[in-house]
Design a protein around this ligand. Structure first.
Ligand code: ADP
Ligand code: MG
Length: 704
C-alpha cells in the first residue's frame, strides 16, 4: 500500500488523472446487482461504486488459511475452485448439494453448498471465491455465504466484515469491494494539501484503501481517522459557513446605550447576587449585543441555574437602548411561567411588559398589537403566537427562545421579519438540557455557546446514595421517616403505573402497588398520596395540590412529576428501579428536591454495580453527568446528531474522537476566516464536498 503522510499522488499521476478526466464516472457507476440484492444494497445506501467504497467495514477478522482452520470454527476464506460437482438428488425432500474442492496456498478442502444446484456451472474450476461458513470435521467447509472475487489475495490476509442486510451478505459486499478495488484510485481529494500535511493525514484514496484492505491495524485506524476528520471538518465548515452567511446578510441593532436601567436593576431590584457564571454570561452577552452582528447564542444551564435572569438582563439592554425584546416559549404554560418570573424579577422597574398566547382574548390581543407597533410596549412574552403574521414590532432587537430545539427555517425567517427592515434580531436560545461539549459542537456548532454550571448558592446540594439489598432498603425508609417526622416531605418514584404494564414486569415496582404497600407498611404513620399519568386530570391536580399544600407527606408517583413541580419542603426522593432510567432523567427527577432551605437526599434503588447510578451518586453537575453519560454509551452508538436531524457520522465516533473534532473545528474556523467563500484554488473542492455530505446544512445555508 502507498505510504501515508506525504505519500499522496505523485504529480505525474495527477497529470495523468487530469488527462483521463472524467474518470470519476467510474465511481458513479451503479453496482452490478439485480433483484433482491439490488434492493438490499439500496437499503444500505449502496447505490454506486463510490458509495460502496465509502461503506466502512464493521469489523475485521483475522484472515484464515485452509490449513489453519480448526473444527467448529466459523471463518471467511479466499480460495480457488479446483473441481466442482452437483450431487444428484435421489429422494424427494433431500437437499441438493454442490461439492467443490477448493484450495488456497496452504491446501485444499471440500466446500459444500446446500440447495443451490446451479452453482456447479456458475463457479467453474479456476473461479476465485470468498467463502464464509463453518469448518467441520473431515476437512469439509459448510458454506453459509459466498461470492465470486476476481482479486488474488495473500493467504491468510485479514478480511473486512460489513454490516449486511437480508439479500446482501457481508461476503458479497466484500467480494464487490474487492471487485471494484481498482476504482479506489479514482477517489478524489477534497482536503487542501497544507492541511493534510500539517495533520499528517493520508490521501483520501489511501485512506479508503486502508479501510478495506489495510494489513496493519494502525493503517486501518489511520484511514478511519482520516475519513473521520474529513467528515467532522466538512460538518464544521458547513456550520461556520451557515453562521457567516447569516451574519453577512444581516445587521443587528447595536444595543450599546449606557446601562441606565439594567445596572440599577442589578444593583437594587434583584433580590440576590449573581453567581460567577451568571456574571460572566451577562458580560459576554452584553458585549456581543453591543455589536451590529446579530447574536446567535445558545445559553445552556440546568433548571434553576438562573438562565432567565441572564436573558432578562439582555432584554433590559434592548429596552434601555430604545428597542424591544421578546421571549418565546414552546407552550402556553411555560410562557405564563416566564411572564410571572419576569414580572417578579423586574421588581419595581418601570418596564412595559405583556403576555401573548393563543388564548389571549381578542380585545386584549388587539390592544397588545397596537402598543407593540407604537413602541409603547417594550417586552413581549409569549408562544409562537408572537411570530405570527399580524404581530408587528416597532423596533424588535432581541428575541429569547426557550427550549425550542432550534426552530426551523420558516420560523427563523418569520422571526427575522419582525425586526425593522434590513435588520435581524439578536437571538438567544435557552436550553435546560446539558449537552456534552462534543455534541454541542456538532449539533449547535453554528451558535456561540454559554454555559451556566454553577447553581445559585441558595440551592441545596442533594446527597445521593445507592440503595441495594433489603438492609439498605430498610435503612432508606428509616431515613425517609426521619425527614417526615422533622416536618419535611418525600417523593417515591416508580417506573410503572400498574404491575401488568409491561411483560415480564415482575421485577419492577409499580406506583399503585407501592402506594398500597407503603401506606399499610413502612409509611403507615404518614399521609401518602398517589399520582400517575393514567389518573384523571382532576385527580392528579388534587394529589399535587395536597402535596404542595403540605396536606400529604409522601407523594408516590411515576415520572409525571418530572415536569413542573416545586415543593420546597420536599427534601427526600426515593427512586425505585433507578437502573431503568437514564442518567439525565434521574438527574432531572432528583432536582425536585433541594429547592428549599433544608439539605436534600436522593435514594436510588438499584444494582450495586451500575456505573450510571454510581455517577449520579458522585456528581451533582448536569454537564459533568451528560459527559459521563456519553462516555458510558456503547462505543459506536452515535447519539445527538440524530436528534438534530443531521446525518449520522460514518467514520467518527463521539466522544472518542473528541480530539479529532476539536482539531477539525479549529481548522474549519481558520479556513473560513482566510477564505470565507472557500473559493481559493486549494479550497474549491470543499464546498461541493460539504454539499454532498451534508445536503441539509447546505440547503439551510442557502435559505438562512
Ligand atoms: P432557569 O431559567 O435557569 O431555570 P431561573 O433564572 O428561572 O433559572 O432561576 C431559578 C430561580 O432561582 C428563580 O427563582 C430565580 O429568582 C433564582 N435565582 C436565579 N439566580 C439566582 C442567584 N444568583 N441567586 C439566588 N437565586 C437565584
Ligand atoms: Mg426558568
Amino acid at each position: 500500500m502507498a505510504g501515508f503522510a506525504g505519500g499522496g499522488v505523485s504529480s505525474r499521476e495527477s497529470l495523468l488523472a487530469t488527462v483521463r478526466w472524467p474518470r470519476p464516472a467510474l465511481l458513479e457507476q451503479p453496482l452490478p446487482l439485480k433483484g433482491k440484492a439490488a434492493e438490499a444494497a439500496e437499503s444500505l445506501g449502496l447505490g454506486s461504486v463510490g458509495q460502496l467504497l465509502e461503506y466502512p467495514p464493521r469489523a475485521r477478522r483475522e484472515g484464515r488459511t485452509v490449513a489453519a482452520l480448526g473444527p467448529g470454527e466459523t471463518a471467511t476464506v479466499i480460495v480457488e475452485v479446483r473441481s466442482i460437482s452437483s450431487r444428484p438428488v435421489h429422494r424427494r425432500g433431500m437437499r441438493a448439494i454442490v461439492e467443490a474442492t477448493v484450495a488456497d496456498e496452504t491446501g485444499p478442502m471440500v466446500a459444500t453448498f446446500f440447495n443451490q444446484p446451479w452453482l456447479a456451472s456458475r463457479y467453474p474450476p479456476g473461479t476465485r471465491l470468498v467463502l464464509h461458513g463453518k469448518y467441520e470435521a473431515r476437512n469439509r467447509f459448510r458454506v453459509a455465504t459466498h461470492a465470486r472475487t476476481e482479486e488474488a489475495s495473500e493467504a491468510g490476509e485479514d478480511v473486512a466484515h460489513y454490516a449486511a442486510s437480508e439479500g446482501l451478505s457481508s461476503t458479497q459486499i466484500l467480494a464487490l469491494v474487492r471487485e471494484f478495488r481498482p476504482a479506489i484510485a479514482e477517489v478524489g481529494e477534497p482536503l487542501p494539501a497544507r492541511l493534510r500535511a500539517a495533520e499528517r493525514l493520508p490521501a483520501r484514496a489511501a485512506a479508503v484503501e486502508a479501510l478495506h484492505f489495510g494489513v496493519q491495524e494502525r493503517d486501518v485506524e489511520a484511514g478511519r481517522r482520516r475519513l473521520a476528520f474529513e467528515e467532522l471538518l466538512l460538518l464544521q465548515l458547513g456550520l461556520l459557513r451557515r453562521r457567516l452567511l447569516r451574519r453577512g446578510d444581516a445587521h443587528g441593532v447595536a444595543l450599546d446605550a449606557p446601562p441606565s436601567l439594567s445596572a440599577r436593576w442589578l444593583e437594587t431590584s434583584l433580590p440576590f447576587t449573581l453567581t460567577g457564571d451568571q456574571q460572566a454570561a451577562i458580560a459576554e452577552i452584553t458585549q456581543e449585543l453591543a455589536g451590529a452582528i446579530p447574536a446567535q447564542r445558545l445559553l445552556m444551564g440546568e433548571v434553576g441555574s438562573g438562565k432567565t435572569v441572564v436573558a432578562l438582563h439582555a432584554m433590559l439592554r434592548a429596552v434601555e437602548s430604545g428597542a424591544q425584546a421578546a421571549l418565546m416559549a414552546p407552550t402556553e404554560t411555560l410562557a405564563e411561567q416566564h411572564f410571572a418570573t419576569i414580572q417578579r424579577l423586574l421588581g419595581g422597574e418601570p418596564v412595559t411588559l405583556a403576555l401573548l398566547t393563543g388564548s389571549t382574548p381578542a380585545a386584549r390581543r388587539a390592544e397588545i398589537l397596537g402598543r407593540l407597533q407604537s413602541g409603547e410596549l417594550s417586552m413581549l412574552v409569549g408562544t409562537h403566537a408572537l411570530i405570527e403574521e399580524p404581530v408587528r414590532f416597532r423596533k424588535l432587537a432581541l428575541v429569547v427562545v426557550d427550549e425550542q430545539h432550534r426552530f426551523g427555517v420558516r420560523q427563523r425567517a418569520a422571526l427575522d421579519a419582525k425586526a425593522p427592515a434590513g435588520l435581524a434580531p439578536h437571538v438567544l436560545h435557552m436550553t435546560a438540557t446539558p449537552i456534552p461539549r462534543t455534541l454541542a459542537l456538532c449539533n449547535y456548532g453554528d451558535l456561540d455557546q454559554t454555559r451556566l454550571r454553577e447553581l445559585p448558592a441558595r440551592r441545596q446540594p442533594i446527597a445521593t446514595h445507592l440503595v441495594s439489598g433489603t438492609r439498605a432498603r430498610a435503612r432508606a425508609y428509616e431515613r425517609i421517616a426521619e425527614e417526615l417526622h422533622a416536618g419535611r416531605q418525600a417523593f417515591v418514584v416508580c417506573p410503572l403505573v400498574e404491575q401488568s404494564d409491561e411483560p415480564a414486569s415482575g421485577e419492577l415496582r409499580a406506583a399503585t402497588a407501592e402506594f398500597e404497600r407503603l401506606r399499610a407498611g413502612e409509611l403507615r404513620d404518614f399521609r401518602v398520596v398517589l399520582i400517575h399519568g393514567q389518573m384523571a386530570h382532576r385527580e392528579k391536580q388534587a394529589a399535587m395540590a395536597a402535596f404542595a399544600a403540605g396536606e400529604a407527606d409522601v407523594l408516590v408517583a411515576t415520572t409525571v412529576i418530572e415536569v413542573g413541580i416545586d415543593v420546597p419542603n420536599a427534601t427526600v426522593m426515593l427512586i425505585e428501579n433507578a437502573e431503568r432510567f437514564g442518567i439525565s432523567q434521574l438527574h432531572q427527577l432528583r432536582g425536585r428536591v433541594g429547592r428549599g432551605e433544608h439539605a436534600a437526599l436522593c435514594l436510588l434503588c438499584g444494582p450495586k454495580d451500575s456505573p450510571r447510578l454510581a455517577a449520579l451518586a458522585a456528581h451533582g453537575d448536569g454537564f459533568e453527568l451528560a459527559e459521563i453519560d456519553l462516555q458510558l454509551r456503547k462505543e459506536g452508538e452515535l447519539i445527538g446528531t440524530r436528534q438534530s436531524g443531521l446525518s449520522q457520522f460514518r467514520f467518527a465516533s463521539l466522544p472518542q474522537d473528541e480530539g479529532l473534532l476539536l482539531s477539525a473545528r479549529a481548522w474549519a474556523a481558520r479556513l473560513i476566516e482566510r477564505d470565507p467563500a472557500l473559493e481559493q484554488p486549494e479550497n474549491v473542492l470543499l464546498a461541493p464536498a460539504i454539499a454532498a455530505r451534508y445536503p441539509e446544512i447546505s440547503a439551510r445555508t442557502m435559505l438562512a
